[in-house]
Design a protein around this ligand. Structure first.
Ligand SMILES: Cc1cc2nc3c(=O)[nH]c(=O)nc-3n(C[C@H](O)[C@H](O)[C@H](O)COP(=O)(O)O)c2cc1C
Length: 420
């Protein structure tokens, strides 16, 4: 019998990269919600921090005054006149260089015993999915990143894309899946590279961001059951790959329960959205703190085609925004983006100012922090802090949240006690 009043995440270790790591991974949150400062704080404390590679050319411009976005916009407009968005090829060297520039800076700041990984959402395909994904992955390896987590829309040839890179076997490579079927497909396709993933993150139905389930089928899914299914599959295949559980883990004790069910670690994100180091603007963090259960919805407005969980008050929902594909956008496949289509149709029918309901301009809205994605536990964020004398919520530090997961017992949320 496990004594949940005593057992804590710090009692376990995850063996990865030849080290014993505190088995707590802070999940990637694009665009720049999981900042460099956040990932570094987690690594410093002995866990695994993630930055995200979503829109790195734009982020690099904002941080280092580079000109990737301007150059891309100029080029794209010129091509658009002749061939439309479908004819636009992303400048691959620039995509790779932007990833390298940003991630090298992140890695230069790394201290402590943990690791820093980058989350790569594969569905952000930039017109030519294979070539641009390859550029992003190679840029991350060039930068000396400790590891890459491949997520959302897993490309089964991603390992092959990196196979010639000198760091292909040094860097930790992991995949995020929501079923053993997706894992099986990936392993079969990447077998020819002679390399297995170093870890698998099983993301359940309560996670933030995009979901690997149908718009309704997430309701019937259960994280513990999927972790067991994936563990069984791996043991049938005689594969010893650590499995980390993600989605809806709010306390260290929630994590312990999953460790006892066979997980080797946990990936957590929603609690870090309101951290001091989170890239969300303060006003948005206030909305996150104030969220109630009824304010959280799973809908189909993301043009990636995956359901996404968000706050119903997100300004992006129903907004009519002129697409910014030239500068920021990813133009998912050969110029096809379901928001772009909806927008152009609305303009042609003279109703664009009334709002675009079915889809959202994901790139620009995420970049501008107008799409407030959260996990299903968002309504509990208020338990993790309190309001200061000025009426604003006190933002816990990344370290406080990490330590709460690490040392918390009996489902306690310790950050609140400290704030009080
Ligand atoms: C604000 C936010 C942004 C996210 N962005 C991404 C992302 O860019 N890529 C990704 O693979 N997962 C993303 N996720 C999912 C997390 O990395 C993580 O797996 C999941 O949210 C864990 O569940 P939890 O939030 O209930 O702890 C995001 C989650 C949140 C809350």
């Amino acid at each position: 019998m496990v004594d949940y009043a005593k057992k804590k995440m710090d009692d376990y270790r995850l063996r990865l990269a030849g080290r014993d790591i505190v088995p707590i991974m802070q999940g990637g949150m694009g665009v720049n919600i999981s900042t460099k400062a956040m990932a570094l704080a987690v690594a410093h404390a002995g866990g695994i921090g993630h930055v995200s590679d979503a829109m790195l050319p734009d982020l690099t411009d904002r941080l280092f005054n580079t000109g990737f976005t301007k150059a891309k916009a100029r080029l794209c407009r010129a091509v658009d006149k002749m061939a439309g968005y479908a004819g636009f090829d992303f400048p691959l060297q620039e995509v790779r260089f932007a990833a390298k520039t940003y991630l090298e800076d992140v890695m230069a700041g790394k201290t402590g015993p943990g690791l820093v990984f980058v989350n790569v959402m594969e569905k952000l395909t930039m017109n030519d999915s294979v070539a641009t994904l390859k550029a992003r992955l190679l840029g991350a390896l060039d930068a000396g990143i400790d590891g890459i987590s491949l997520s959302a829309g897993l490309h089964t040839s991603s390992f092959a894309m990196m196979a010639q890179h000198p760091r292909f076997r040094d860097a930790m490579l992991g995949i995020v899946v929501s079923s053993s079927r997706a894992l099986n497909l990936f392993l079969r396709r990447s077998a020819k590279t002679g390399r297995l993933p170093d870890y698998v993150v099983v993301e359940g139905p309560l996670a933030g961001g995009h979901l690997g389930f149908g718009i309704d089928s997430w309701r019937e899914a259960d994280l513990g059951a999927i972790v067991r299914e994936v563990k069984n599959y791996l043991s049938e295949q005689r594969l010893d790959i650590p499995v980390l559980a993600a989605g809806g883990i709010f306390t260290g004790t929630d994590g312990v329960r999953l460790m006892e069910a066979g997980a080797s670690g946990i990936q957590v994100a929603t609690r870090f959205t309101v951290a001091k180091e989170s890239g969300l603007p303060d006003a948005v963090k206030e909305r996150y703190f104030e969220a109630e259960a009824g304010d959280v919805v799973v809908n189909g407005i993301s043009p990636t085609g995956y359901p996404m969980r968000m706050l119903t008050a997100s300004p992006a929902i129903g907004a009519s925004l002129k697409p910014q594909c030239e500068a920021y956008g990813y133009m998912l496949a050969k110029g096809e983006c379901s928001y772009l289509k909806e927008y152009e149709k609305a303009v042609a029918e003279g109703r664009a100012t009334e709002g675009i309901c079915g889809k959202t301009c994901l790139c620009t809205q995420m970049r501008n922090y107008k799409l407030w994605t959260v996990g299903a536990t968002a309504a509990r964020l208020k338990e993790t802090s309190s309001r200061g004398a000025d009426g604003h919520w006190i933002q816990p530090s990344t370290r406080e949240i990490f330590d709460d997961y690490r040392y918390g017992v009996a489902d306690e949320v310790r950050a609140r006690r400290r704030a009080e």
